[in-house]
Design a protein around this ligand. Structure first.
Ligand SMILES: *Cc1c(COP(=O)(O)O)cnc(C)c1O
Length: 415
């Protein structure tokens, strides 16, 4: 497999993008699905934003380039417009802002508000998947406490059957954070809408790795993450999508001044901005948005379709390595690449210790409770030789029981 990896690297049209990222010596980074790698262009851009735009431009930098400023005021919209083609949306339908959690809250509340305007009985049920990413499930709780929502969970294969007449919103994560399993967005969106529900997709593990077709699927709402495959940096702003057909009626509850139609008119009463800008609440984090924009530009330059092609090849290649090694790790991701995102997860009762032993050997993946070893394949900067090496080190760690040391059992705050 080593030669095969070298051959694939030689033929890889994306191989040249590896040098556009900073990757530390001696590390094979299989956690780009949790925190993407640093684009080499980011530090320079940050120095420019801080030194020139903030340092020299000061308050003037809020205004657009035409008036001699840096255009901070349109940064949220600009970054959103660049994310839009990666997820099959139009430029004015996506805005970069806040965190994924906060955007979930705003859009869940907006969907409930929309459903409360219906003539038939008000629907308040938010249907989601048991075992969805925790924040997605937790963000419903605040609305539940206020009596606005009722959470209902179904198992993955029971979602369609759970779409009863009281469901206001179906909220799903397209690519599951733990297993990488990917939903059929088009079919589920259609089924939910047929049942009278709106649909909100969390694209955190899709964006930048899998081409998403929100509008082709007639999706209503979506959110996604800036610091995973978009390489926007730790805590990067997230994004929110609302289909254009909903903009006029879109009422999100965090009615801050940046979502106002005229923030600098300083009037007493709130009036939502037209279009997707009404998703904004407060002053946007310019430094974070600037770093995010560099990451998004790079993903857009590489191209989401070639990224997906390489990602599929990487998954299959790693699985072949694993099959040949016959290790006692059980694949929990879908075996068919078409059914998963850009990761492979394996079950082993010592998964935590194994992930720690791998990190000690320079192979950085991660562990998800209770027994999942999660390996993400960011196609923009990984080579097939990286994967072969990672598989070989995993073999040594497992066969030689390198994981069997007390220090590998301790859990850090972030796993
Ligand atoms: C990573 C991730 C998030 C992150 O939410 P934050 O608000 O950025 O902490 C949310 N949902 C899913 C499905 C994720 O994978």
């Amino acid at each position: 497999m080593r030669d095969e990896a070298a051959g694939r690297d030689a033929a890889d049209p994306l191989a040249r993008y590896r040098e556009r990222f900073h990757l530390p010596e001696g590390v094979i980074y299989l956690d780009g699905n949790s925190l993407g790698a640093l684009p080499k262009a980011t530090p320079g851009r940050m120095a420019q934003v801080i030194g020139e735009e903030w340092g020299d431009g000061l308050i003037r930098s809020w205004n657009d380039a035409e008036s001699g400023g840096a255009g901070w005021i349109s940064l949220s919209r600009r970054a959103g417009a660049k994310i839009a083609p990666l997820i099959g949306a139009d430029a004015g339908e996506v805005i970069a802002c806040d965190s994924t959690s906060v955007n979930l809250f705003k859009l869940i509340a907006a969907a409930l508000d929309m459903q409360s305007q219906r003539d038939d009985d008000a629907r308040t049920v938010i249907l989601s998947e048991a075992g969805n990413f925790p924040t997605d499930l937790y963000m419903i709780a605040g609305l539940e406490r206020q009596g606005l929502a009722e959470r209902r969970l179904a198992e993955r294969d029971g979602i369609a059957a759970a779409l009863s007449g009281d469901v206001a919103l179906l909220m799903l994560t397209q690519v599951h954070y733990k297993t990488g399993a990917m939903y059929d967005m088009k079919a589920l969106t259609a089924a939910a809408q047929k049942a009278g529900a709106l649909v909100l997709w969390d694209l955190s593990h899709s964006t930048g790795a899998v081409p998403v077709a929100l509008n082709d699927c007639n999706a209503d709402f979506a959110v996604g993450c800036g610091y995973k495959y978009l390489n926007g940096g730790p805590g990067a702003p997230a994004f929110a999508f609302a289909a254009r057909r909903h903009h006029e009626r879109l009422a999100q509850p965090l009615t801050g001044w940046f979502g106002h139609a005229q923030p600098f008119a300083f009037v007493d009463d709130y009036a939502p901005a037209p279009g997707i800008d009404r998703m904004l609440a407060g002053t946007p984090p310019v430094l974070g948005l600037s770093a995010l924009e560099v990451g998004v530009d790079l993903v857009a330059e590489i191209g989401i379709v070639p990224l997906r092609e390489k990602s599929l090849q990487m998954g299959d290649f790693f699985l072949t390595c694993m099959q040949q090694m016959k290790l006692p790790l059980q694949l929990v991701s879908p075996p068919d690449g078409a059914d998963r995102g850009s990761q492979l997860s394996f079950r082993h009762k010592e998964a935590h210790a194994i992930s720690q032993a791998l990190i000690a050997r320079g192979v950085i993946g991660d562990f998800r409770d209770p027994d999942i070893l999660r390996l993400g394949f960011a196609p923009a900067y990984l080579s097939f030789s990286d994967l072969w090496q990672a598989a070989d080190i995993l073999r040594q760690v497992v066969e030689d029981r390198e994981w069997d040391r007390a220090e590998y059992r301790e859990r850090a705050a972030v796993t």
